[in-house]
Design a protein around this ligand. Structure first.
Ligand code: NAD
Ligand code: UDP
Length: 321
């Protein structure tokens, strides 16, 4: 059995990745619980092949006496509220943390996959975004700690690849949603679902005409593992669902699916909020044979069921403008 280490393994995507790998790998999950939740991995703690280490990847970790074959570097808050909360820590996680994970890959001769993001395209001037597009990122704005941190992490992956021959894999994830999203993340899907379930008004920022392309978590996790386990292609590769929706369309779909009496209200648009977001996934189709299968309505139904059963009195978080 190969050993896979997942940093950020108690988070939304990380915990689904632990679930995906647990039947075929020894799994080492690392997390500092900044946005991760113990209950996301509670069911795995009794498995013999699952180890949890509470650790902040800003600090080095070697695990010299263990085998490590695969490293999935997911540790980093993904929601604007949390990555802006302590911007300097976000940069440290992306740069020092990635250097530490690359150091571990070097020590163990492991293959390492970096979870990058569509945010590296910034507020894109090319639509849809292909991997060759170099982006339109504000280097000094409130999203820069995340956007530029992730861009530097990409650079580090390729420098370690060229300089130390580390086997790297790079994915650029577009907005992904599903069960185990952190309810206090302030992200649009979790906010709207919680608001709808509580019959509160749904808060669209700006005039709600900005777009996002929402990928259901099970589709994304398959793409991550497929990219890690193929031998021919380093990346970067976009992983996301190319169906594009305005925020108002998303709000109306959630209102329809929940049957809520909520209305849509408008709030100020946060600074540097990208206007359009849609992945070109031709490369993922060609190189990985991957494309998402779950429609927005189907994925939202499952996510609504999760929030219905797991939440009673959540308070929705709003991003300050
Ligand atoms: P999440 O916030 O649920 O998970 C991140 C996890 O990393 C949490 O468990 C958190 O506690 C942990 N973490 C943060 N800083 C850490 C540190 N310094 N040391 C150890 N653990 C730390 O977010 P997510 O949605 O699961 O995102 C996972 C990864 O995917 C992130 O790297 C994110 O940038 C990337 N990503 C996610 C999306 C998305 O839509 N969910 C989109 C693009 C990229
Ligand atoms: N958004 C919104 N209402 C909310 C939360 C978010 O209209 O309650 C908008 C936000 O301004 C952005 C989009 O929804 O345009 C997606 O936001 P999210 O935080 O989910 O992800 P990101 O901006 O990182 O893509």
């Amino acid at each position: 059995m190969k050993t896979a280490l997942i940093s950020g393994g108690a988070g939304f995507l990380g915990s689904h990745l632990c679930d995906e790998l647990i039947d075929t790998h020894q799994v080492i999950c690392i997390d500092n619980f900044f946005t991760g939740q113990k209950h996301n991995i509670a069911h795995l703690l009794k498995r013999d092949n699952f180890t949890f280490i509470e650790h902040d990847i800003i600090d080095p970790l070697f695990l010299e006496d263990q085998q490590v074959d695969r490293i999935y570097n997911l540790a980093c808050p993904a929601s604007p509220i949390h990555y802006q909360h302590n911007a300097i820590r976000t940069i440290k996680t992306n740069i020092l943390g990635t250097i530490n994970m690359l150091g571990m890959a070097k020590l163990h001769g492991a293959r390492i996959l970096q979870a990058s993001t569509s945010e590296i395209y910034g507020d894109p001037l090319e639509h849809p975004q292909t991997e060759s597009y170099r982006g339109n990122v504000n280097p000094i704005g409130i999203r820069s700690c995340y956007d530029e941190g992730k861009r530097c992490a990409e650079t580090l992956m390729f420098d370690y690849h060229r300089q130390h021959r580390i086997e790297v894999r790079l994915i650029r994830i577009f907005n992904t949603y599903g069960p185990r999203m952190f309810a206090k993340d302030g992200r649009v899907v979790s906010n709207f679902i919680i608001q709808a379930l509580q019959n509160e008004d749904l808060t669209a920022y700006g005039i709600g005409e900005q777009t996002r392309s929402f990928c259901y978590v099970s589709d994304l996790i398959k793409g991550i593992v497929q990219h890690m386990e193929q031998d021919a292609f380093v990346g970067p590769v976009n992983l996301g669902n190319p169906s594009e929706f305005t925020i108002l369309e998303l709000a109306n779909e959630i209102i329809r699916l929940t049957g809520t009496s909520s209305k849509i209200v408008f709030r100020d648009l946060p600074k540097d909020d990208p206007q359009r977001r849609k992945p070109d996934i031709s490369l993922a189709k060609k190189k990985l044979g991957w494309e998402p299968k779950v429609s927005l309505a189907e994925g939202l139904e499952k996510t609504i069921t999760y929030f219905r059963t797991h939440t009673s009195s959540f308070v929705v978080q709003q991003l300050s403008t």
